[in-house]
Design a protein around this ligand. Structure first.
Ligand SMILES: Cc1cn([C@H]2C[C@H](O)[C@@H](COP(=O)(O)OP(=O)(O)O[C@H]3O[C@H](C)C(=O)[C@H](O)[C@H]3O)O2)c(=O)[nH]c1=O
Length: 181
């Protein structure tokens, strides 16, 4: 397992060990002991799965209170996945990091509590799976406006208009969100 930090302290890119053979492959997507040995001492209470067509954009979502840490991965298709630092105390407040997660690259991405999360699907039939460190709390959930120039996420849209939920079409501007301390 290879664990790589990014230019914002907190989020991590995790490349699991892949055991390939003539049948296909095997990988451990979560192993409490092995991850703890790597300093990734997380406890998950909820698993989620969403499927999207190409061009769907979900996010930027976060819960405050009850922030969720998320360990995310793609098992079919591909996404451009983004984490945004929403901690006012952070020198990186408002900064984002993005990467491609795909069935092909088998990368996983740790989005810590305190960050907003979202993704744009790059292929049809994209299955997105993730583990959460706290339960879904719709009363605490917020949606940061996905294209707020104050954050300036560089989505690989290639000129397409993303498909958004009504909630995300009405996302909150960065300067009006209930951010973390
Ligand atoms: C998130 C969630 C949703 N739901 C129900 C609520 C709605 O009736 C339906 C779709 O919810 P929503 O449109 O919020 O789903 P996404 O847009 O995929 O939301 C997720 O998208 C971004 C990428 C995230 O990081 C969050 O985990 C999550 O907010 O599922 C549940 O029952 N439990 C849940 O944990």
């Amino acid at each position: 397992m290879i664990v790589t930090s990014v230019d914002i302290p907190g989020p991590l890119v995790i490349e699991p060990k892949v055991f390939g053979d003539e049948r296909g492959f095997f990988l451990e997507s979560w192993n409490e002991g092995r991850f703890a040995e790597a300093g990734l001492d997380w406890t998950f209470v909820q698993d989620n799965h969403s499927r999207s067509a190409k061009g769907v954009l979900r996010g930027i979502h976060f819960q405050n209170p009850n922030p969720q840490g998320k360990l995310v991965r793609v098992v079919s298709g591909a996404v451009w996945d983004v984490a945004v630092d929403l901690r006012r105390s952070s020198p990186h407040y408002g900064q984002w990091f993005g990467l491609e997660l795909s069935a092909a690259n088998k990368k996983m991405f740790w989005v810590p509590p305190g960050f907003g999360h979202g993704f744009l699907t790059l292929e049809d039939g994209t299955d997105f799976l993730y583990k959460c460190t706290s339960l879904y709390d719709p009363s605490a959930e917020q949606s940061l406006q996905w294209n707020d120039p104050a954050v300036g996420i560089d989505w690989p849209l290639d000129g397409i208009e993303p498909q958004l939920s009504a909630k995300d079409r009405e996302g909150t501007p960065f300067d009006q969100i209930r951010a973390y301390a």
